[in-house]
Design a protein around this ligand. Structure first.
Ligand code: NAD
Length: 457
């Protein structure tokens, strides 16, 4: 693990060679994208896993089982695009650990997707589902395409072709995908439909579907809602009043925009926001609902009228009470962590903070609610959606939200009690709980008959 390797690289280079280039003339496209750390997502996740495994004194051979994937599938996705050329994309599905139940995890469409990233995100899902205590293992998938540069029909073609190639390892009792960066309810509808052509109508094969296709009420907002539950719990711990608390959000997609809108409903003031096109700030407060409408119409965050345009680095350095990273991994790194000026970070994104940055934030006294618990709301409501699909029954939105809140708050209390008991960060406490639960399941199934692991006979 090289904490030092934090030379920034640009995020969305847009020169992946796939799909038509974005010819949009809008000013916002000239904004410099925020920079990500060079340290890989897999290194980040393995760093936290190793810290917790060391504390639990997990033997090396058992560790090797837990830190590597059970199955990694890589497929070729050739697609004829509107430029008349065949473009070859790579699709991945990584199933990390299935001791606690069927594999579960999102599918990402983004030009930076590669095996290392998908592997890391799959491992993170194993620990996340265990901490939230939902009966799943961990998986992740992705295709290295850029949906922003593709026509709708092209994205559909890629999604269906991807499903055709990985359907053998999926299924309601095997592995259940969900949306992630660059995919949404429509993508899930195409995936479900394609799977149905081969296996008959099977809504429980994917979650995050549209409501009209047996999606769950509350799923779209679930990750952001879960982030805000964690924010409420953590705020109590640091003595922060949410009414009037200044919030900064990096990334204004599904997670960021829901977190911003729900935080505003609690009285928080959202003062700065960014997306891949740039960042904006207004100390009097932005209107998160208006901003969401604008983004839904296809206009970038920097096009918001009543705000000052700032750089992505200035966004992170904005003095505030709460920072919610909700974009991509590695955005908070050694080169920018010291500039962060907030009391609390709630990680909506996966792996937004490198280990080096995490140490800097700890020295500065910033409290961090880590991804592995903070953004579990999505998979929790995915679990509800799956449970509803298996029963062909629908719960009300209120019921979904109440149950989500209860699971998130229980997870927060369990992890924070453990952190206090062991005198470690929430992150190390969370990973420790996750590892223990996975080991217990593996032992009970008979995969591990090892007396050296915690709980061993
Ligand atoms: P999304 O595609 O809906 O939104 C991503 C947002 O990040 C967009 O606003 C995009 O413009 C912005 N972004 C991209 N590059 C950026 C950059 N360099 N600087 C600033 N902003 C940038 O994706 P999402 O579903 O909201 O996921 C966001 C994060 O949350 C990801 O890390 C994802 O893995 C994680 N996550 C998502 C879910 C879910 O249910 N969707 C669940 C758990 C975790």
């Amino acid at each position: 693990m090289s904490d030092e390797t934090t030379t920034p690289r640009t995020d969305t280079a847009g020169s992946d060679g796939h799909g038509p280039r974005d010819q949009s003339p809008r000013e916002a496209n000239r904004a410099q994208a925020a920079q990500r750390a060079e340290v890989s997502n897999f290194e980040i996740v393995n760093h936290w896993f190793t810290l917790a495994a060391d504390r639990l004194e997990i033997p090396e051979d058992v560790r090797a089982v837990l830190s590597s994937s059970y199955r990694e599938v890589q497929v070729q996705i050739p697609a004829s695009l509107s430029d008349g050329q065949i473009h070859v994309f790579s699709g991945y599905r990584v199933q990390h650990n299935g001791a606690r139940g069927p594999y579960k995890g999102g599918i990402r469409f983004h030009p930076d997707v590669d095996l290392d990233e998908v592997r890391a995100l799959a491992s993170l899902m194993t620990w996340k589902t265990a901490i939230a205590d939902v009966p799943y293992g961990g998986a992740k998938g992705g295709v290295n395409c850029d949906p922003k540069k593709l026509e709708r029909g092209e994205v559909e073609k890629i999604a269906r072709s991807f499903m055709d190639k990985i359907e053998k390892v999926l299924g309601p009792t095997r592995d259940i995908p969900a949306p992630d960066v660059g995919t949404n309810a429509q993508t899930m509808a195409w995936l479900m439909d394609e799977y149905g052509k081969l296996h008959g109508h099977t809504p429980a094969v994917v979650t995050g579907k549209p409501i009209a296709l047996e999606g769950s009420y509350g799923r779209e907002a679930a990750t952001g809602r879960g982030v805000v539950c964690m924010l409420e719990e953590a705020a109590k711990g640091v003595g922060l009043k949410l009414k009037g608390a200044r919030v900064v959000v990096q990334g204004y997609g599904n997670v960021g925009s829901w977190a911003a809108r729900l935080a505003a409903q609690l009285g928080c003031k959202v003062i700065a926001v960014s997306d891949a096109d740039g960042a904006i700030r207004n100390d009097e407060g932005l209107d998160p609902d208006r901003l969401h409408e604008q983004v839904s119409e296809g206009r970038a965050v920097p096009e918001y009228e009543d705000a000052e345009r700032i750089s992505p680095d200035e966004l992170l350095a904005t003095e505030c009470d709460v920072l919610i990273p909700a974009a991509l991994g590695g955005m908070i790194h050694e080169a920018n962590a010291d500039s962060i000026d907030c009391k609390l970070i709630v990680e909506g994104a996966n792996s937004p903070t490198t280990p080096a940055a995490d140490a800097i934030l700890a020295d500065k006294g910033v409290s961090v609610v880590p991804d592995v618990m903070a953004n579990a709301g999505g998979v929790v409501v995915s679990y509800f959606e799956w449970a509803q699909n298996l029963q062909h029954f629908r719960w009300s939105e209120e019921e979904v939200n109440d149950r989500l809140s209860s699971i998130m708050r229980t997870a927060f209390r369990t992890v924070s009690d453990r952190a206090e008991e062991d005198d470690v960060s929430l992150r190390v406490a969370g990973y420790s709980i996750g590892i223990e639960r996975v080991l217990e399941a593996a032992r009970l199934r008979g995969y591990l008959t090892d007396t050296r692991v915690p709980g061993g006979d």
